[in-house]
Ligand binder design. Sequence first.
Ligand code: ACO
Length: 332
Amino acid sequence: MRYSKIVGLGHHVPETVITNDYLSSIIDTNNEWIVERTGIQERRWVDPTKDTVANMAAKASRMALERAGLTEKDVEFIVFATITPDYFFPGSGVLLQRELGLESIGALDLRNACSGFIYALSVADQFIKTGMYKTILVVGAEIQSTAIDLSTRGRNTAVIFADGAGAAILQPSDKPGILSTHLHSDGRFAEELYVRDPGSSRPREERQPEQINDTTHYKVVMNGNQVFKHAVVRFMEVIKEALATNNMTKEDISLLVPHQANLRISQYIQEKMALTNDQVYNNIMRYGNTTAASIPIAMSEAWAEGKMKENDVICLAAFGSGFTWASALIRW
Ligand code: ACO
């Protein structure tokens, strides 16, 4: 049996630290509200004159390749998860391919928001298992700061979302590896967390430059209560699904790396599932919610801190826009 294994992890976050106090100086918000509701203390924002989603992804990818003892030339395929591509099209996968100096390898973009990295990992896992590729670069990267609505209208999301990139390298292995992945969605709730425009569903007349309604462009609409209620249920369901599939129980989890949506969501799951502090990794306090980048950034840091050791059982879980939710169980 051929399995896939993560052989390298990397991440990159922009240099500029945006504290809650700084945000409070430009939006009608305050440190207490942000910390109490989200757990976030600071986040990173890009310098848009220097950083792009693709070049941040390239930095994360190079770190992952170096840690794996590989070079760019070893990469045979790219799976890129982002909801904030550098261009409306093409996707950022091809831009990353160009940044890495790779000539004609395939590059696939996925748009599954906060679940994007696990979806991407699952796709790469299938390609490795079938023998189609031997080295796949899986990336999650986002620049959200350039579209953040810094008016009072946008403050419920402006304080949460941030920038960063994370990467993982997958290769075949004769023992697991990625044990299983579980992908779900429920489109009935698409509009509970979404960006309406620029979307193709508007009639042509409304899409002409002079008609564009700026109040919907890039504006994240989030029904926070609904997201919270669904997130806690689906996170737990999909973690339990991964454990049941592999005949494991919560005691078998060495480390749960949840999508860093909101510290309150992670804490709720930890409490309801009775997981110990050592079993759950969070870094949202320092980076905010970086959507598809949050899990690979957290994994990369957890690995560097020695929290993911050989034979450990690592559980990844995510929930986000769509709604989509997903998990992966990995034998490290
Ligand atoms: N600073 C200060 N006040 C604010 C801010 C802010 N940044 N944002 C909203 N408020 C105000 C509102 O205007 C409202 O004021 P009012 O009572 O005078 O009307 C008050 O705070 C409460 O607003 P709610 O939206 O009801 O705030 P709530 O307590 O629900 O907290 C939050 C909002 C944190 C988003 C919460 O709903 C939540 O945790 N939801 C889960 C969604 C989530 O975490 N999403 C993350 C991204 S999605 C993902 O990754 C899955």
